[in-house]
Design a binder for this molecule. Structure first.
Ligand SMILES: *Cc1c(COP(=O)(O)O)cnc(C)c1O
Ligand SMILES: [Zn+2]
Length: 429
């Protein structure tokens, strides 16, 4: 095997297998011994429609899980997500070269599918029968779908009443056994780790190193779409910090094997009400202090992110930064992303709100080349979108509302409503 597990805390190595933590308690990461890798292999596969290389994850198999037998691979296929630009977004953020990579275009509507295809394929290689996760919603939707496709049983632990409706609907529909816990995501994360250890479930949270391997391909695919020219900045919403870690690992590996020259800088964006990593960063602390999370962006409503150590490594290695944004800024940024015809769920818009703030504070130069990652699809959380536009979100005054108007089934009523719409537009511009 050319892949090993390595403890990120003490460096101890293990053969790849069911173990997910080091004896010292540290998280493991996959360490590959890359055979000579050539970009032309990945470029050649771009036009292919053959399983599994038409997937935006497995196209990069040599950098993800080189020795895995293709027969184990469960793929929808994932990835192949698009880059979008829009004048409204450039003006709002204040950056002239801004693109959004829309991970909401994955099969179940979030980037989680990229990690899950690798995690589930590995579960099949290991002969696992039951897979499990704790989730703020998208991980459970993704795991439920991939488990169903692979014919595995699936148990998910979710915080009661805190999961966006679209995500809960997906999870139930795909047939996962759903355990709704009184408590928040951090409580669910704690109990799923104990339950997995005791009951032998194969755990597919981002503590699972294979999830990180799959999520690296967001970076690989992004760079490939840009002719392997890195942008100056990659801006990503940050909750449990799996993605931030995966991005750092992807960039380190590309640099080590000589596939990129310059390092783009990573900016990880947290919600103000769920900002333990931001606080660690600004205070220069060496250990993370958990806190009770509160934010409208449920996908990043996490007070004790498990991957903070490897995320910190990623920020430092790329000369990156950590920033925080308010719920108001998140929802207004989301409204602009939506209004551009692109659309995303609240947590995703943290990247755009964060980029705007970093331009305003002079960290990002308006002429720099910026890519914001949109992590999830607009349809995941219809409640927050409608509540924003109707002014029903607690503590948020929508800057870009779009209210529906009730009318009578008469032409005069239509004309009156059109006048009101015209007035609203005038006031706003
Ligand atoms: C999971 C998720 C995040 C947070 O990603 P982390 O890797 O946990 O930091 C952000 N946005 C969406 C839509 C997600 O599903
Ligand atoms: Zn260790």
């Amino acid at each position: 095997m050319s892949s090993m597990f390595r403890c990120i805390k003490c460096g101890r190595r293990y053969p790849i297998g069911t173990r997910l933590r080091c004896e010292c308690g540290g998280l493991l990461e996959v360490e590959h011994e890359f055979a000579s890798v050539n970009l032309t292999v990945f470029d050649r596969r771009l036009g292919s429609s053959a399983h599994p290389y038409h997937s935006g994850v497995w196209r990069f198999k040599e950098l993800v899980h080189p020795d895995l037998d293709e027969a184990h691979i469960v793929s929808r296929p994932e990835g192949n997500t698009n880059l979008y630009a829009h004048r409204l977004l450039e003006e709002y953020v204040g950056a002239r070269r801004l693109a959004l990579k829309h991970e909401g275009e994955n099969p179940t509507g979030s980037f989680k599918d990229r990690g899950m295809t690798v995690g589930i394929s590995e579960a099949r290689r290991l002969g696992a029968r039951v897979v499990a996760c704790a989730s703020t919603g998208n991980t459970s939707a993704s795991l439920a779908a991939y488990a169903a496709q692979a014919g595995l049983s699936c148990v998910v632990f979710i915080p009661e009443g805190e999961i966006a409706y679209g995500k809960l609907a997906q999870t139930l529909a795909y047939g996962a056994k759903v355990l709704q816990m009184r408590g928040n995501f951090d409580d669910a994360m704690h109990i799923v780790q104990r339950a997995s250890a005791e009951l032998g479930f194969y755990l597919l949270n981002s503590v699972n190193p294979w999830r990180i391997e799959g999520q690296k391909t967001i970076i690989f695919e992004l760079l490939q779409q840009r002719g392997w020219r890195p942008p100056d900045w990659i801006v990503v919403p940050a909750g449990n910090l799996g993605n931030t870690s995966a991005f750092g690992k992807a960039l380190r590996e590309l640099e080590a094997i000589g596939l990129i020259g310059e390092m783009p800088r990573l900016a990880a964006i947290q919600a103000e009400g769920a900002n333990p990593f931001y606080r660690l960063w600004v205070k220069g602390e060496e250990a993370l202090t958990p806190a009770k999370p509160k934010t409208v962006a449920s996908a990043i409503k996490i007070g004790a992110p498990v991957s903070w150590r490897r995320a910190l490594k990623a920020i430092r290695a790329t000369g990156g930064v950590v920033e925080q944004v308010s719920d108001q800024e998140i929802m207004d940024a989301k409204a602009v992303v939506d209004r551009s015809g692109v659309g995303c769920e609240p947590a995703s818009a943290a990247s755009v709100a964060g980029a705007k703030k970093l331009v305003e504070t002079g960290v990002i130069d308006p002429g720099e080349d910026v890519v914001c990652i949109l992590t999830g699809n607009l349809l995941k959380d219809p409640d927050s979108t409608i509540c924003y536009h109707t002014g029903a979100l607690d503590g948020i005054t929508p800057r870009f509302p779009n209210q529906p108007h009730a009318i009578e089934p008469e032409l005069s009523s239509v004309q009156e409503a059109l006048c009101r719409f015209a007035n609203e537009d005038r006031i706003r511009s």
